[in-house]
Design a protein around this ligand. Structure first.
Ligand SMILES: CC(=O)SCCNC(=O)CCNC(=O)[C@H](O)C(C)(C)COP(=O)(O)OP(=O)(O)OC[C@H]1O[C@@H](n2cnc3c(N)ncnc32)[C@H](O)[C@@H]1OP(=O)(O)O
Ligand SMILES: O=C([O-])CC(=O)C(=O)O
Length: 431
């Protein structure tokens, strides 16, 4: 490869070399001339990073990246954020319609029934190093669900798929809280099933024996809102991973565990943890200018975490809602976090800077979420775990949709081979 914008293909049979631009497009007959090894592949599209390839049809989530529009099953995210609850949104993603009262109470009962972790499942945690990252424990723990619920699971049976979805959505907060408590050496808490989804999770996270946990309604509402906003986002890297793994017929727990590992990366869901660390590193509003300067320097690998998006070339609508909630939560909790001043100054500086304006780099969902998590007492290492709890609803909705779609095929992208042409093997003493 000669540089990042083109690829050099050499035909050693005649010594000809050609530069092939790294552009999205179709390698048709013209390619035959450039790359003899492609003669028999005919026609395919080269699209690094899948910038313009739709891998599937889906009826779950719609995004208009130029206008900053996001809808779940046709409902604008702003309306869901204001009027719905995470569990209702999970039902909507799974079933395609909002539930009526009896459907919702049935769904809530099903979820509540499955909140417990198997007692033997807890033993897995003892094998983890005490300072393991909670995302590492979460991924391994969710993958291990395959070892508990395999006997009765037939991925081709709609009832089994539904049960797997309920189990995952129900157990995720329990497993997530266990990851946190193990990391600080506290005993696990059983889920208190008389509580609602979000409050139950906060109790499992923070409750200390014999001390009742005081939770403000703002705290629970803020977390529920964050869960709604993170629940789905069409073919992001982790959801595409779930679908790719799912396309092989792998069980849902294995598929979702793969999604968790994809989410962990700092270019994706891991950005929420990276944002907070970046804001702490910047430290004060007067250091923002230097951070922006560094982010623009192509010789410095520092990027503004929480900025930019593959699809949104306008404000991420979720970031607007979270920013507003961030001010509200901090005000109601009486928290004065200087990191919010750094974040606001950073947003202001980037939005005025030609580099960010020309590239249409705006704050994304991860930019302000960490400041709310921090105010709620969630430790930084748990931020991506929080994202994973919410995204489980979207992941499993996609996994189910994939299995319900007739004619779904195994995911199998092609590659553009840029290696050596055919050559003859030489024995080791002749090399
Ligand atoms: C839940 C989520 O997953 S939301 C995304 C969370 N990730 C982050 O916040 C990490 C920071 N952001 C990024 O790394 C990127 O913007 C991504 C991964 C989100 C999107 O990546 P892509 O769509 O592949 O965009 P790409 O990396 O090609 O960037 C386009 C241009 O903007 C620049 N750019 C993109 N994001 C940033 C950033 N955060 N800071 C500085 N420059 C940036 C790139 O250097 C590139 O510049 P160039 O044209 O001069 O080469
Ligand atoms: O859509 C993406 O690429 C990333 C994202 O915002 C998400 O997964 O929520």
């Amino acid at each position: 490869m000669s540089d990042s914008k083109s690829v050099k293909l050499v035909d050693e049979s005649n010594g000809r070399s050609s530069e092939l631009p790294l552009l999205t497009g179709t390698l048709g007959p013209a390619c035959i001339d450039i790359a003899p090894l492609y003669k028999d592949t005919g026609h395919f599209t080269y699209d690094p990073g899948y910038g313009s390839t739709a891998s599937t049809k889906s009826a779950i989530t719609y995004i208009d990246g130029d206008e900053g529009v996001l809808m779940y099953r046709g409902y604008p995210i702003e309306q869901l954020a204001q009027q719905s609850s995470f569990l209702e949104v999970a039902y909507l993603l799974l079933h395609g319609e909002l539930p009526n009262k009896s459907q919702f109470s049935g769904f809530e009962n099903d979820i509540t029934h499955h909140t417990m972790m198997h007692e033997s499942h807890k033993n897995f945690f003892q094998g983890f190093h005490h300072d393991a990252h909670p995302m590492a424990m979460l991924a391994a723990s969710v993958a291990s669900l395959s070892a508990f619920y395999h006997d009765d699971l037939n991925v081709d049976n709609p009832e089994d798929r539904k049960l797997a979805a309920i189990r995952l959505i129900a157990k995720m907060p329990t497993i997530a809280a266990a990851c946190y408590r193990y990391s600080i050496g506290w005993p696990f808490r059983y889920p208190r099933n008389n509580l609602e989804y979000v409050t139950r999770f906060l109790h499992m996270m923070f409750e200390v024996p014999s001390e009742p946990l005081e939770l403000s309604p703002t705290c629970a509402k803020a977390l529920d809102l964050l869960f709604i906003l993170h629940a789905d986002h069409e073919q992001n890297a982790s959801t595409s991973t779930v679908r790719l793994v799912g396309s092989t017929g792998a069980n849902p727990y294995a598929s979702i565990a793969a999604g968790i590992t994809a989410l962990w990366g700092p270019a994706h869901g891991g950005a929420n943890e990276a944002v907070l660390k970046m804001l702490e590193e910047i430290g004060s509003p007067d250091k923002v200018e230097n951070a922006v300067k560094r982010a623009k320097d192509k010789n410095d690998n520092f990027r503004l975490m929480g900025f930019g998006h593959r699809v949104y070339k306008n404000f991420d609508p979720r970031a607007k809602i979270i920013r507003e909630m961030c001010h509200k939560v901090l005000a109601e909790m009486g928290v004065n976090d200087p990191l919010l001043d750094v974040a606001m100054k950073l947003e202001e500086a980037a939005l005025k800077d030609d580099y960010f304006v020309e590239r249409k780099l705006y704050p994304n969902v991860d930019f302000y979420s960490g400041i709310i998590y921090k105010a709620l007492g969630i430790p930084t290492e748990m931020f991506t775990v929080m994202f994973a709890i919410a995204r489980t609803a979207g992941w499993i909705a996609h996994w189910i949709e994939q299995h319900e779609t007739p004619g779904s095929r195994i995911g199998r992208p092609r590659q553009l081979y840029v290696g050596a042409p055919k050559r003859d093997y030489a024995s080791i003493d002749k090399r």
